[in-house]
Write a protein that binds this ligand. Structure first.
Ligand SMILES: Cc1cc2nc3c(=O)[nH]c(=O)nc-3n(C[C@H](O)[C@H](O)[C@H](O)COP(=O)(O)O)c2cc1C
Length: 198
């Protein structure tokens, strides 16, 4: 295999980080890898906000958890009885004050798309994967934090990160040095091919 394939197969989501800081040069290199991802019509609509301040990350984690729990409670009310357990598990986990949705990672990067893009989700997601793979190639772990998605609806967060309110939060990624070295990649099933018309 070549280095790119090794990288794709070796990466995994990291949920425990050391306190070792990642240099700003490396953070910029990772973001640059995101900018080099394919994007619809090459509008280059993405904006990146970086948060390394520990108090701010804690505040963002707490705000996200509260909003997520609120939404899950509403969704649970509408859910079929056999689906309620799914919500209960998440509500329970996110209600714990000690649970940090960012897993103590030293860096949080929020990826926003400007309204110019016709394909904001695709553009932001491709950038996110480029960034996670670039990080992995540098020995830096990462995880996409969907639990932080409520931050995309908090005007104060847009304001303090200098993001115009018409932009959309697409991805929240954390980065840092993994606590455990040489973690095995998360298992995958074989590809499910529905058809191969020859
Ligand atoms: C859109 C999206 C949202 C995710 N949100 C979270 C999250 O909030 N917390 C978390 O621990 N992992 C999150 N993940 C990571 C997935 O759980 C992980 O990618 C999946 O279990 C496969 O594992 P791997 O990345 O190690 O291959 C998210 C991944 C994606 C793509």
């Amino acid at each position: 295999m070549n280095a790119v394939m090794d990288n794709i197969y070796g990466r995994r989501s990291v949920r425990a980080y050391t306190d070792e800081p990642v240099s700003e040069d490396k953070i910029m290199e990772i973001i640059k890898a995101g900018v080099h991802a394919p994007n619809g019509a090459n509008t280059q609509p993405l904006r990146f906000a970086v948060v390394t301040n520990a108090d701010k990350k804690k505040q963002y984690s707490d705000v996200s958890k509260a909003l997520f729990v609120e939404n899950m409670k509403k969704a649970m009310e509408q859910a079929a009885p056999d689906k309620k357990r799914f919500f209960e598990v998440y509500i329970d986990r996110l209600s714990k004050p000690e649970f940090d949705i960012f897993y103590g990672a030293p860096i949080l990067v929020l990826i926003y798309s400007s309204p110019e893009s016709f394909t904001p989700v695709e553009d932001g997601s491709l950038a996110a994967e480029n960034m996670m793979l670039a990080a992995y190639s540098m020995g830096i772990g990462s995880c996409w934090i969907g639990f932080a998605s409520p931050l995309g609806y908090v005007p104060e967060v847009f304001k303090e990160l200098n993001v115009p309110e018409d932009h959309r939060l697409i991805a929240s990624l954390v980065f840092g040095y993994p606590k455990k070295k040489d973690m095995a990649p998360t298992q995958r099933s074989e590809p499910k091919i529905t058809a191969w018309l020859r």
